[in-house]
Design a protein around this ligand. Sequence first.
Ligand SMILES: [Mg+2]
Length: 271
Amino acid sequence: MKTASSLPVLTCQAFLNHYQADSPLHLCSDFDGTLVPFQADPKACQLSPRQADTLTALAALPGVHITIVSGRTLLDLQNRLGITGLGYVGNHGLEIATESLNFVHPGAVAMTTKLAHWQAILQDKLHHFSGVWIENKTLSLSIHYRNLPEHRRQEFLSVVEECSSAITQERQLLISAAKLVVEIRPNLAWTKGSAIQAINDSIDADRSKARRVYFGDDISDEDAFAQWPDDLTVLVGEANRLTHANYRLSDYLETHRLLDALLKRVHLFRH
Ligand SMILES: [Mg+2]
């Protein structure tokens, strides 16, 4: 792994050079923090109409496959973006819907009762932390604490920590910290990396031709970066962490800029 700040910034030219008109392009991106800014209310995050148009136009091009990968549920992601022609991966890889692949991880489906059980226990233990809310995403739980006052965060994390050994005791669930959210997920050898590889196999059967790109900012995006060590993997924002990505960008606006430039380039090739 490398320190993010030591990575080269992905220039427009390097990004465009990766696209070859005669090779399929599989372009994957995380959503929150990568395509839209991080917000106090996750329900308020919306892609700008202009970026929705860019993604729609890119996805309509022959040979271009776009996959949006998120910790949100598949349904949330599909409703929030509402763009046909895109592939969607929800729940950190556990749910997939693309033109060529529909998948829900059966091992995660088997854990839904256990997750609901822990949701009830945690709700009881955490109810006095105002600003904390537990989202049941059916195949995983998210404990959001971005609206918890900063001076109470340590206390909150200690309560979560006290529960964590019981949650992971039977090795059926995993607990992990991300950006102002604690995630509880089924303990499966299946990540965002596994999901994008499965999609890639469905569009590029001999695993040789497609040019692959992955933009992300989450800790769970590291699994996707590690999946494709020799491709264009881009960490967005996070300057101070260790990463498997090969390039970095300063923020989501830079992701937009590169996607706009790609669309312009492709149009140039075709007219
Ligand atoms: Mg993100």
